[in-house]
Write a protein that binds this ligand. Structure first.
Ligand code: MV4
Length: 503
């Protein structure tokens, strides 16, 4: 449906990202904000901005009624939900339709079909999509049912919440004996997190990689994929680094998985941007995990390797236009890596860090993109996600992308809050990361800030490996690593130098 004024029902970097796409397309924009976000970038960037309410999300960004009220007052005829908040709420998308507002995303029926993970499994199985062996019934199963089926699946297995995603309500089960206790605690956790204690079972795939495919689909029934993103570098179900392509896939497996991803999306008549998540085991077997029916945080890595503006494409699709590309026209070039910059202390168990950002130097230059919603003077509060920026780089090869990321991380200076930039620097120096040898357990089980911050000898070796990978004769001097408390003072020094240089 045609629209000309877009309300962005979100905050932070993604709100800014969406507003930029609207601006380029000549669409009018409306921002909404909480009391904590009066001075936020998305508020300044939009044509108009409206206060929703107090800082807590429940009283602001999650208040569908207030958002619809703003749409009415401002005359917005479309809503982009971004990610999180209301993005995957079937009732929100349905209410938009009822009010004659274009929801920039999939149909409510697709959100619902993929939102219930048990239903999603059953639906894609029918379409011939491989899933992890497990329960196949839809609807609520009793503990007796589950205890009876468990041995036929085999141990170890996983209890998962049907309303779930993100690891909430998930339990590893090693034997039938421990299962009743774990069922009870999984149900309790799911009930409190989602208001729904229903669970299902899957065989546990150990040491798997997490690889997802970007889907784009239009209202005419065309469905394509934009290749994969490797998302195995995560901690406690929070992704930290994503890259495209995955160092683990070859052309043949990519084609197979891409075809299956398209089939899974078709199974729910998907429209707009979405993501099919897979687990890929050591033997390269792949299994559908779930579908995310929204634009994702990590979409920029796909944009950098395909040259496709995913948000602009979402807006076109929502206006009823056909996809701008056929599957054959989607070409991949080079390698992209994204580091999520979080306001948290990697030297202190990643505890969130709050406070005012007083100074910053944002990396730029060839192949570097920074999507952020913060700036000097902005205060990081504990009310929202700790992600304050995404640093995304592109390189001709994976090794060149890693070198570029190291350079950009070195340039990045944020003063006022602690960030996980030192974590990313350590990761980019880690041999396993460089070699592409990691799975979803890597950060939690095999990675240590101490171990990887060994001294110059290791640094020289790392530089040599990278130099070889890039097949450059000259070895670049490796990144200086600033640790712990030193980082804050040294940032001051850098910022001082930078400002003198630019006077
Ligand atoms: C799994 C799995 C192993 N086997 N399912 C975690 C969150 C939810 N979206 C699915 N998750 C997993 N499901 C089976 N049958 C391992 C995980 C998992 C994981 C998946 C993706 C990314 C990171 C992860 C970290 C730990 C566990």
């Amino acid at each position: 449906m045609l629209f000309k004024k877009v309300l962005v029902a979100n905050r932070g970097e993604i709100a800014v990202r969406i507003l930029r796409a609207c601006r380029e397309l000549g669409l009018e924009t409306v921002a909404v904000f909480s009391e904590a976000d009066r001075n936020a970038l998305h508020v300044r960037y939009a044509d108009e901005a409206y206060l929703l309410g107090p800082a807590p999300s429940r009283e602001s960004y999650l208040r569908a009624d207030k958002i619809f009220d703003v749409a009415k007052r401002s005359g917005a005829d479309a809503i982009h939900p971004g990610y999180g908040f209301l993005a995957e709420r079937e009732d929100f998308a349905a209410k938009c339709a009822e009010l004659g507002i274009t929801f920039i995303g999939p149909k409510p029926s697709a959100i619902a079909a993929m939102g219930d993970k048990g239903k999603a499994r059953a639906t894609v199985i029918k379409a011939g999509v491989p899933v992890v062996p497990g329960t196949e019934d839809v609807g609520n199963m009793t503990n007796d049912d589950l205890l009876r089926i468990a041995p036929t699946i085999g141990f170890p297995l996983l209890i998962k919440a049907t309303a779930g995603g993100g690891g909430k309500g998930m339990r590893e089960v090693r034997s039938l004996e421990e299962m009743p206790t774990l069922l009870a605690s999984a149900r309790r956790e799911a009930e409190s997190a989602f208001g729904d204690g229903n669970v299902y079972l899957e065989k546990l795939i150990e040491g798997a990689r997490h690889i997802e495919f970007q889907i784009m689909a239009d209202e005419q029934g065309n469905v394509i994929h934009l290749g994969e993103r490797e998302c195995s570098i995560q901690r406690r179900h929070q992704k930290l680094v994503e890259e495209a392509p995955s160092p683990f896939l070859d052309e043949e497996l990519r084609k197979q998985m891409g075809d299956v991803a398209v089939k899974a999306a078709q199974a729910v008549n998907y429209v707009n941007a979405g993501t099919i998540e897979f687990l890929v085991d050591k033997d390269r077997n792949f299994y559908f995990l779930e579908m995310n029916t929204r634009l994702q945080v990590e979409h920029p890595v796909t944009e950098l390797v395909t040259g496709i503006d995913i948000v602009a494409e979402q807006l076109r699709i929502a206006r009823g236009r056909q996809l701008s590309y056929t599957q054959e026209q989607v070409q991949f070039k080079g390698h992209a890596i994204e580091c999520r910059v979080n306001a948290e202390d990697p030297f202190n168990n990643f505890i969130p860090s709050t406070g005012r950002i007083t100074h910053s130097i944002i990396p730029t230059g060839p192949g570097v993109r920074v999507d952020t919603g913060v700036y000097p003077g902005f205060e990081i509060t504990p009310f929202y996600d700790p992600m304050i920026a995404k640093l995304i780089v592109w390189g001709e090869t994976r090794a060149q992308a890693i070198l570029r990321m190291r350079r950009a991380l070195e340039e990045y200076r944020i003063v006022g809050v602690r960030t996980n930039i030192p974590f990313h620097q350590t990761l980019m120096d880690s041999h396993r990361f460089m070699g592409g040898q990691f799975d979803t357990r890597f950060v939690e089980e095999r990675f240590s800030m101490e171990a990887a911050s060994e001294i110059d000898e290791a640094q020289a070796e790392i530089a040599a490996i990278l130099a070889t990978l890039v097949s450059h004769k000259e070895t670049e001097r490796s990144a200086q690593i600033v640790r712990g408390n030193e980082r804050d003072t040294s940032n001051w020094k850098w910022v001082g130098r930078w400002e003198r240089m630019h006077r």
